[in-house]
Design a protein. Sequence first.
Length: 509
Amino acid sequence: MIQWIENNSGKFFLFLLLLILFLLGFQVYLFLQPIGIHYVRQTDSLAFVDFYQNNGFNFFEPGGWFLGDSNGKTAGEFPVLYYITAILDSFLGSKHVVLRTLTFTISVVGFYHLFKLSKLLLKEVSYSIGMTLLLLSSTVILYYSVNLLPDASSLGLTLSAYYFGLKNHLKGEKADLEKAMILFSIAGLLKVTFLIHPIALVFALFLMDLKSTKSFNLSLKANTKRFMALALVLLIVSSWYIYAQWYNQVNNSNVFLTRILPIWELNSTRISRIWLAIRHDWFSAYYYQTTFHVLLILISFGLFIRYRQLSFFSILLVVLGIGSLAYVLLFFNQFLDHDYYMLNVAPFLFLLVLFSFQKLIVQFKPYSVHFIPKILVFLLVGLSFYYACNKLNGRYTIVSEVHEKNVSSLVGIDAHLDKMSVPKNAKFAVIGEENYNGAFYWMNRSGWIAKPSVSGSKEKMLMDRQKTMEYVMLMPGFEGLDLKNFPLVGKYKGIKIYRNKQFIESDPS
């Protein structure tokens, strides 16, 4: 049996991983509508899908349900996943299932390549399986690996890229970055912040050659093709984001973040609040506390074990560590409410833990080959996933009192509007909704929103959009508006639906 696992370690790891994910309930999570933490961003992703389907599948003209001043045209990350989802959904239906499945598939492939990388580094199958699973037992990583956001896909592609970029080097051969750079470029297109990884890898290879040759010119010459490949990746990714920024400016759209929010632009109160969120609000989601402590101990011991000479992996970790720190400082503001920004730091943590663990195996070889430490690793894996299981359930059951407060009333409203003979292209003003695309997801129609938190926004929107909006939808609990030009035409679960008089008078029926 042990020999079979050795010979089929990749298949065995995949089987074990998928079994664990099944026990965690991933077969249920794959079919869930947008729900739970970051519900807002989930509906934003699906808005891109629907816009493609309703506006001719023009790849370079993305948009969403929220019309704004641009008929819905808006851009963020490279929309290839949304475009593929839109095409597949045209045949399969259930776009939320299609997009979750795409994210899940890319994530699992990345996890598989992380195992293969750990096997090359640790050179021991049981430790490779155990440590890879332990690293993947984070609630944050698991939650987004079956979600609708692009960050987990970028993480999966980056893990695969590291495997292809490092495998030849770990075998004592010349590093081949062709496949790695393709994967890095796609990861960067999906989430530009993941570009720190190809930059770190190429510069680490250059510094390693510089250490060996002691000649800057020789090292530069030996790495010319690598720098050219990196330049091409940066050009491809930056081209899209320059285009996206131009596209948003032309269409007067500011729905998605397209600039950095560095720590030095924040006041001390804001910085303290964000740091509290990182170490308190999100801490329990990173890892099971014992796992977290064990990983810190491994890293600490690994850092104190000295090597006779500076290795390539040491150089890579230093460069990547600097890059990860720069990333955190540049986007520090986002860490207050967006735990998925931590996914970009995960490759650095993974490589650091595996490198430290490998040093411990070598240092304590007589003890590391014993079955007891291996059993302890798998015991911790079991406890860590058990902890993550409970935390995952909580993420899908906790409802935001701000962003999801209207969901229970909105479920089923698409069919109700169909019964009212409201066409799919009818434009709505939604009053009492905080999210740009949240209500429109359930309505399967587009329009504008007036956030209840913005004073006077409701009245201003009614005046500005009166000639173009056909319906007004008032969420439960909102009264006191002058809707004399909008007669009540329907109700649904506390939601009131009004129609613009201008459209009633011009309706031939």
